[in-house]
Design a protein. Sequence first.
Length: 345
Amino acid sequence: MKCVVSGGTGFLGRHVVRALVAAGHEVRAIVRREAFSLEREGAELVRGDVLDSDSLARACAGADACVHMAGRVQHKGEASEVFELNVEGTRHMLAAARAAGLRRFVHVSSSGTIAVSTDERIVDERAPYALETVRRWPYYLSKIYAEKLAFEENERGGFGVVVVSPSLLLGPEDESLASSQVLLRFLRGEVPFAPPGGINFVDVRDAAAGVAAALERGRAGERYLLGGPNMTLEAFFVLLAKVTGKPAPSLRATPAVQRATWRTLSVLEALGGFEGDESVAYSMAEHFWYLDPRKAQRELDFAARPPEQTLRDAVAWIRSQGPLPEGEQTLGALFRSVRRFLPLR
């Protein structure tokens, strides 16, 4: 198939382009600037923007399918910016694909639209949207609204829309290091205690293979969750310690301490005392992001490699890039100095 790809320069996008080319598809990547790495992978580049309908029409002309990944991962700042790119960009991409007569459309979303809760439940594709849980996080709200657009477009008929929802992406070649922040914080010694929540992550290479499989044989109108094993954050940091040779946090925060931490950080950020999205990270870490990927395993032959292998490859790639980038101001040093007074176990 001749496949139009948006978001091909992102962490997942580069791996998806590679997987599609390897599977024999012709890939046309929509880019806003030069992307020599995608050219080297064998993709045709076309200048465009998901908020520019005319450029999308040119990109979709003569294509058979689209994989839509373009979006903004942002947890702080203006929610309108996130919604414009993630929701309106999806609306434009769907309209351009339909107008050009494409037969297939794969919308890449996030497992966090449904697979996040305050308890340890394991969620599959039948779960409702976690609106109440994610209402403080504009990114996940925007992904919910974008998904709804995708499913609504499928209901109209004419071309099939498949939604693919990977969990946290980890692995090599995260050039922006946006998805690998949890690894960076651990490597810099900025994890003062293990949060009480749970995590699911997936190797970016396996997620890319899942997206390519969804293009070829995913059922229209269906969602596919892509993820690895579910584990507590405490177990995650123990595994990361084994991989890196650095010590795991010796203390575990109670839910009350975790909640007090992110609320305190929210106040400090509002007052200008701390930069970045520390409060959001601490808030998310008291939740459980558990999912059941068996539907993707059955229908897409999805397979997640062992989590230790993913972490080894991700950490090795980060270290191969030279000195670790400096972190934004965090509470790590503060907690290291006062943690003996905190109700941790």
